[in-house]
Design a protein around this ligand. Structure first.
Ligand code: ADP
Length: 445
């Protein structure tokens, strides 16, 4: 006799499921994207420059030599394997490094070279002989601050510049005066170091950087802490802000902390569904969805697959069932520690696991370029409504022109409502979504 089937999760009984804090995940995903991004994201779009001071340099650079960097710093840049400036760096670097220093707000998607740009510009302004903090870089989380610290250290490896981290767990005796040249930290600890412990004098800072400002605005208290620090700075201190997105709240915050900035922007390349074959599968419940998934499993694991569920409990249930049936699948949910999630993502990126099961919230914003099959076990919906979330759908499934690789998207439909959602996605993007019979998978092969 067949073994008793574990019951699929019922949405009502899942109080624990709504605890995925989107703001916290935003910060964590930003970190994953950073760590996983080993290559620059190239872009065909043009850099836009707004509110330019007529005195600021008009030119852009095509080589690092043109920046007249100190030899040891140039060696650091080449040591990192950078041959030429990225698109945003071409425009941003001369503006960042000119005299008198210019304030800047720069926005471009993650992976386009913002961190490398401000790290280089920051290091170029350090006077090694002066043994006090001359630059302060703020990041929204412990992990992101460490990550920036690593880039600073790598780029400064041929110089005598010393980097310090103002993050939780770093302790010094009261009365200590920090001698490092650059401090990278989180807003909370940095506020303590400045106001309570007086480890360094903010008025001596020449450069102040707010990185990942879009993540920062979503974190409790970071805006006020950043503004509090900003108020202590000398008026000549160069203030810089970087963001991966261009939302209104981010830009409002940016304009409050950065006086008279140059604003530069590199728009994200449009994603499209042109090279994607989209399907839907009719099912009547979760168990039927599972069976359909098993039917197409052999076909989808030729490439790499990501499966999105609405709830953590569905993801957990699915992983358990698939594992019991002998399939090797990986899971990514917010219950898993950051270290383990990173390890999972890395294994998946290296192709050691073919199938990654995750939730709508958890994998938002993580780009894994080589995914060839995306399965919406549940369709993405706008929070609190039954309407499909078109932006998430496009982001998950769409490709930019450059990575115009062919892809497959399969949507599971389990009710008249979800079928209506499929129709509205189809109308919205004006692209056919074809009904797929999972007993006959010729169409997707
Ligand atoms: P962002 O801050 O916009 O997310 P990063 O500065 O972290 O982007 O750069 C993304 C990736 O590209 C990193 O792995 C970084 O080492 C690399 N990178 C940055 N600038 C260059 C460059 N000029 N040439 C080659 N690789 C670069």
């Amino acid at each position: 006799p067949a073994a008793p089937q574990p019951a699929p999760p019922a949405a009502e009984s899942l109080a624990g499921d709504v605890t995925e804090d989107p703001d916290q995940l935003k910060a964590e995903n930003s970190f994953f994207t950073k760590v996983l991004r080993t290559q620059l994201v190239e872009s065909k779009t043009e850099v836009e420059v707004q509110q330019r001071d007529p005195n600021s340099p008009l030119y852009s650079v095509k080589t690092f030599e043109e920046l007249k960097l100190h030899k040891s710093l140039l060696e650091g840049v080449y040591g990192m394997g950078f041959n030429k400036p990225s698109k945003i760096q071409e425009t941003a670097l001369p503006m960042l490094m000119c005299d008198p220093p210019q304030n800047m707000i720069a926005q471009s998607q993650s992976g386009t070279g913002k961190t490398a740009a401000f790290v280089l510009a920051t290091l170029s302004r350090i006077e090694v002989a002066a043994r006090y903090p001359q630059a302060l870089i703020l990041a929204p989380t412990y992990e992101l601050a460490l990550q920036i610290g690593e880039v600073l250290q790598k780029m400064a490896s041929r110089t005598e510049i010393v980097v310090e981290h103002a993050i939780r767990g770093k302790r010094y005796a009261r009365g200590t005066k920090i001698q490092a040249h650059v401090i990278v930290g989180t807003p909370g600890t940095t506020v303590d170091w400045i106001f309570k412990l007086k480890f360094f004098d903010p008025r001596q800072l020449k450069v102040f950087v707010l990185d990942e400002a879009d993540v920062m605005v979503s974190q409790q208290g970071h805006q006020e802490q950043s503004i509090r620090i900003k108020k202590q700075l000398d008026t000549r201190c160069q203030c810089l802000l970087f963001s991966a997105t261009y939302e209104e709240d981010v830009m409002r915050f940016a304009q409050t902390v950065i006086p008279d900035p140059i604003l530069i922007r590199l728009k994200r390349e449009e994603q499209s569904l042109d090279t994607i074959k989209q399907f839907y599968v009719m099912c009547s419940n979760e168990n039927e969805k599972y069976e359909s998934l098993c039917n197409i499993y052999g076909t989808i694991t030729i490439g790499q697959t990501m499966i999105f569920c609405k709830l953590k409990s569905t993801a957990t249930w699915l992983v358990k069932k698939m594992t019991e049936d002998g399939h090797a699948v990986a899971m990514l949910t917010s219950d898993i520690s950051i270290e383990d999630r990173l390890a999972t993502l890395n294994r998946y990126r290296e192709g050691r696991e073919k199938v990654l099961i995750t939730t709508n919230v958890c994998a938002r914003g993580i780009d894994i370029e080589q995914v060839t099959v995306v399965i919406n076990f549940d369709l993405p919906t706008v929070h609190g409504s039954g309407a499909p979330d078109m932006e998430t759908y496009l982001h998950r499934i769409g490709r930019t022109g450059r990575f115009g690789k062919k892809g497959i998207a399969i949507n599971f439909v389990d009710s008249a409502d979800t079928l209506r959602m499929i129709k509205s996605i189809q109308n919205y993007f004006n692209k056919n979504i074809v009904k797929l019979d999972t007993d006959d998978t010729d169409e997707i092969e």
